[in-house]
Design a protein around this ligand. Sequence first.
Ligand SMILES: [Zn+2]
Length: 164
Amino acid sequence: MSEEFQDHQIRDVIKINYKYTMGGQSKFFIELKNNKRLLGTKCTKCGKTWMPPRINCSDCYEPADWVELQQTGTIEVSTIVWYTTSAFIKAIPYGVGYIKLDGAETALLQGIFSENLVPSKIKKGKRVKVVFNKRRYGKMTDFFFVPDEEYDKWIAKPEYEGGL
Ligand SMILES: [Zn+2]
């Protein structure tokens, strides 16, 4: 018998219940969940409109007010995801990108879905629209973007709906 060390391993699962707060940005998630509204913030000093919302302007550190943004936008940059966590594995392949909503001056990182995902569908400059899950939890995964031309098909599916 070898004297070499051999560790003894047992596989198990740790389940943890927890909650976390969105703090000052809670209004964004509550409006998303309850009213399908996308709120950004507008700086009270320089007027810059932030999406994702900032409670205080990151340029001049002054407070920002809530403003409702359009649910249409333009892709600034994107990629196609092939490797992901268990939460999103059924959606592979899907796009993610930085999207500038109409009325915002900063871009939001979010999923971009397409029924026929090829790079040209989600390239820079493409126009996209927001599709909401019918069952929303107040999470970023409650909505995603689709190319303009696919919008009507996506919101016709039973699990999704349009916004404004
Ligand atoms: Zn500012």
